[in-house]
Design a protein around this ligand. Structure first.
Ligand SMILES: C[S@@+](CC[C@H](N)C(=O)[O-])C[C@H]1O[C@@H](n2cnc3c(N)ncnc32)[C@H](O)[C@@H]1O
Length: 239
């Protein structure tokens, strides 16, 4: 079950605004260009930002995400009818094979058990053409991102027709390899919607071992150019 920020109808509409600039996706667009990608499966596509950017450069895109509210936001965006959207996981995705599968925005960290991550990895591998690529990112545990999340955080965004919504992070629980954080969103009428997320942090050895078990070889491990030192970005191919 995806977290409320993705799955709650009121919160999913706020996601893009609170998520801010998506310069992180430039690196994925560069990879799409460099690999000459014609077909893309974006797993955990959320509100569809990468899917729509890739469509704009001529790629045929399928976006899948189990959070129906996020996919609904994606479907409401300009040119959304050019993307094939599916509410579901990689296991539910169409089985035709693509040049590239992606998981951006640290979506790989939502898989709390190795079994759940392996099931997704295998489903992705099965949907890649021979010689295809899987590219994803995940936070480096040694960068200890949760220490920053523990600092008090409050931010407001104004939405047309809605007004000011305030995001507050009120707690972080660290129980490695799991980190849970959350808080609430306060709406102009004073109502609040709680939000809580748990992420799993895996080190490079664990990531490689699980990729190997799922039938992938790591061709390259990169940095995220916009977050130097903070992320692992894996470029993998089916073995
Ligand atoms: C941090 S968001 C990233 C969304 C998008 N990739 C982006 O870059 O904006 C993580 C996404 O993973 C999705 N998700 C949760 N469980 C999933 C699963 N089992 N399979 C695929 N995606 C999942 C969530 O619904 C959410 O949209």
């Amino acid at each position: 079950m995806p977290d409320p920020i993705f799955a709650d109808t009121r919160l999913a509409r706020l996601y893009d605004a609170f998520d801010g600039s998506r310069i992180d996706l430039n690196a994925y667009l560069a990879i799409i260009h460099d690999l000459g990608v014609g077909t893309l499966l974006d797993v955990g596509c959320g509100t569809g930002t990468l899917a729509l950017l890739a469509t704009a450069v001529g790629v045929t895109v399928t976006g899948v995400d189990p959070a129906a509210a996020s996919v609904e936001v994606a479907r409401s965006k300009p040119r959304a009818d050019e993307v094939r959207w599916h509410v579901g996981t990689a296991v539910d995705a169409p089985t035709e094979q693509v040049d590239l599968a992606t998981m951006t925005g640290n979506a790989a960290q939502v898989f709390l058990t190795d079994e759940a991550w392996l099931e997704t990895l295998v489903a992705i591998r099965e949907r890649l053409r021979p010689g295809g690529w899987f590219v994803f990112e995940t936070r480096r545990p040694e960068a200890r991102a949760w220490e920053q999340w523990a600092e008090p955080h409050e931010a407001g965004q104004t939405f047309p027709g809605l007004g000011l919504v305030v995001e507050r992070r009120t707690f972080v629980r660290v129980d490695l390899p799991l980190v849970t954080f959350g808080g609430e969103y306060e709406f102009p009428d004073g109502s609040t919607v709680p939000s809580e997320s748990t992420l799993r942090f895996r080190d490079d050895a664990e990531n490689r071992s699980l990729l190997d078990r799922a039938g992938f070889v790591v061709d390259e491990l990169r940095q995220a150019p916009d977050r130097p030192g903070l992320e692992f970005v894996y470029l993998c191919r089916p073995r």
